[in-house]
Design a protein. Structure first.
Length: 68
């Protein structure tokens, strides 16, 4: 699955690309975290390629938002 998503996103970070920055992505991230919705864990529409910096930022935001 990781390779499929990586190829779909051309190996680039989708967050950086949205800001017109070209950066290699090295993490396949769950858009909706699996702890929030386990059933979406393998849906390609819930997966995106991110660079480490964007992944770390998103993870912190997700943890803050989903803290109980």
């Amino acid at each position: 699955m990781r390779e499929l998503i990586y190829r779909r996103d051309h190996g680039l970070c989708v967050q950086c690309r949205s800001k017109e920055i070209i950066k290699i992505g090295d993490v396949v991230d769950h858009i909706i975290p699996i702890r929030v919705d386990w059933s979406k864990r393998l849906e390609p529409s819930n997966l995106q390629t991110l660079c480490h910096a964007c992944h770390n930022k998103k993870t912190k935001e997700d943890e803050k938002k989903n803290k109980k």
